[in-house]
Design a binder for this molecule. Structure first.
Ligand SMILES: [Mg+2]
Length: 267
């Protein structure tokens, strides 16, 4: 390879929010689970352990309690549900992340949030992290489910990652070429769905890649070491690349070429 500037293989980065941009160890996830159980307890007048069982069942079958309850015919408005389960979360557990902020600011490509959570939750969490101004847009529950605010809303199932419909809505709303887009998420099923729509995938929170992950990083800030190709082709003279980095970058580009070739043949 000669000395010309190699462009980054990625034009856009799409980030999940919860357990991706902040750690699952903050306790927010646990508090959320308790709030969902409290919601079920109040709604159905059932005990704590019955609510836990019900939540587990709904999650296993439908991937979310709201999706399950609505599918079973309970007319629960998403705004009521979200204000109960997210509205009372202890957001002060999420702390400002200066390192993450400076990493995000150093990424010149488009950056977008793609979360199953509602918009108010996403904005609160991003504000707490101190990174809300780092993203061009938030693709969230409301983006995937506009019909739930319209007439005959009970006829529409809840759409969430990792369904193919959700992934297609996400890619459309982001307005990206999936082959040039890096998708970071902590959920193995979401990563598999991302791969299925052609995105380049990063499993966050694990040291080892799942089958459909192109990369795995234990925390989001490790993308600096784990995915240096994000930063290539940006501004001349911004530091030297090591031979190893060059090898990784040319590898990534070769990978991209084979994806293009396969797509062209199939088209
Ligand atoms: Mg997540």
């Amino acid at each position: 390879m000669d000395s010309c500037v190699i462009p980054s293989p990625f034009q856009t980065l799409i980030f999940d929010l919860d357990d991706t941009l902040y750690s699952s160890k903050t306790g927010i996830g646990k508090a959320l689970k308790r709030n969902v159980e409290d919601f079920l307890g109040e709604k159905f007048g059932i005990s704590e352990s019955e609510a836990q069982d019900m939540n587990r069942q709904l999650f296993r079958t439908y991937g979310s309690s709201l999706a399950g309850l609505r599918d079973l015919g309970y007319d629960i408005h998403p705004d009521d549900y979200h204000s109960f389960v997210h509205g009372r979360l202890p957001y002060d557990l999420i702390k400002p992340e200066a390192k993450l902020r400076s990493i995000l600011q150093s990424i010149k490509q488009r950056k977008i949030i793609f979360t199953n959570s509602d918009r108010i939750h996403a904005m609160k969490a991003l504000d707490r992290l101190g990174i809300s101004d780092c993203f061009e847009k938030i693709i969230c529950f409301e983006t995937m489910n506009p019909a739930l605010w319209g007439p005959a809303s009970m006829e529409h199932p809840v759409v969430l990652k990792p369904s193919m419909e959700a992934m297609r809505i996400g890619v459309d709303a982001a307005d990206v070429d999936p082959r040039r887009t890096l998708f970071l998420d902590d959920n193995v099923k979401n990563i598999a769905a991302g791969k299925a729509v052609g995105l380049r995938t990063v499993l966050v929170g694990r040291a080892r890649k799942s089958q459909e992950a192109d990369y795995a990083i234990e925390t989001v800030t490790e993308m600096v070491q784990g995915i240096p190709e994000i930063w290539v082709g940006e501004g001349e003279g911004e530091g030297e690349r090591s031979g190893d980095d060059n090898k990784r970058i040319s590898h990534a580009l070769n990978d991209m070429d084979s994806v293009y070739a396969a797509t062209t043949v199939a088209a």
